[in-house]
Design a protein around this ligand. Structure first.
Ligand code: SAM
Length: 282
């Protein structure tokens, strides 16, 4: 008998992956965690029935959430990562020798434990000496921070359940306060393609653009996420990713990346007209 993992993307759309087996299933204090193995995507895990990470395409998401801000300011030293329990974002950050400190705040320790076991290739740098793990709510964690970070990366679940607070005006305001005077905020911004996701993206964009003088949106193609068309938000107090990218300097670091390159950096901010319209009407 064939086994299929099926995720409901909208009321009328479902996405299915043929799986060999379910490797793990449990309910944490915050959410249900399932890990599957598939021929096409390798191991993948879901939280409350929504796709988080697959072995096959995680490089796209993690390259784009990390290297775009890092290439914009190569002097980033202190980073706050919120969510990101799989460790992929931290793995990419630790490749920069210039980074001195990474605080990672994940609400659910069980996600980290499960990823250490089933996703060793993403969780492999969580024990880097520069990384400090905090198991708490990111919303509460940033409240007490001021002028502390060069970069904040919000690598969260969708805006419901434990991730809901990470899309609020209060949270973005506290991120602004927690950032230094030239700080950068990057967050996963959902998909523009299906209405429900697009609405979340519009809300987040509006809230962030009311706070930060530089506010841009960039895109990537992530096959395992709803519609495959995914957006990221880039906000900053001074740096503009299109003006301040130093292609030569980033290339001279010699980092090997499977998705990101400095041409993608420039190109990913060019958005389709329907997305520009959504942003203009946010
Ligand atoms: N790449 C993924 C995506 O876009 O779907 C996100 C992956 S990462 C696993 C998301 C993490 O955010 C989850 O492990 C979840 O537990 C964590 N998270 C959700 N709400 C949080 C909160 N309020 N504070 C800290 N972490 C949170």
């Amino acid at each position: 008998m064939e086994l299929w993992y099926t995720e409901q993307h909208t009321e009328n759309v479902r996405f299915s992956i043929k799986v060999d087996k379910c490797l793990y299933t449990d309910q944490s204090e915050f959410q249900r965690i399932d890990v599957f193995h598939s021929m096409e995507f390798g191991n993948f895990f879901t939280l409350d029935g929504l796709m988080m990470v697959t072995e096959k395409d995680e490089f796209i998401y993690h390259d784009m959430i990390v290297h775009v801000p890092m290439a914009t300011n190569l002097n980033i030293k202190n980073v706050l990562v919120i969510g990101a329990g799989d460790g992929g974002t931290v793995r990419e950050l630790t490749r920069y020798n210039t980074i001195e400190k990474i605080d990672m705040v994940e609400i659910d320790k069980m996600v980290v434990d499960v990823c250490r076991k089933y996703f060793p290739q993403t969780a492999c740098k969580l024990d880097d000496p520069r990384v400090q793990l905090y198991f708490e709510d990111g919303l509460k964690f940033v409240r007490s921070k001021e002028n502390s970070y060069d970069l904040i990366i919000v690598d969260s679940t969708d805006p419901f359940g434990p991730g809901e607070g990470l899309f609020t005006k209060e949270f973005y305001g506290n991120c602004y306060k927690a950032l230094k005077e030239d700080g950068i905020l990057v967050n996963q911004h959902e998909s523009p393609y299906y209405q429900e996701y697009a609405k979340s993206m519009q809300r987040a964009h509006k809230r962030i653009s009311e706070l930060f003088p530089v506010c841009r949106v960039y895109q990537a193609h992530i096959p395992s996420y709803p519609s495959g068309h995914w957006l990221f938000g880039f906000a900053s107090k001074t740096y503009d990713p299109l003006i301040d990218i130093d292609q030569q300097a980033w290339n001279s670091l010699g980092l090997t990346t499977k998705y990101y390159n400095t041409e993608i950096h420039k190109g990913c901010f060019a958005l389709p007209n329907y997305v520009l319209e959504l942003l203009a009407n946010a």
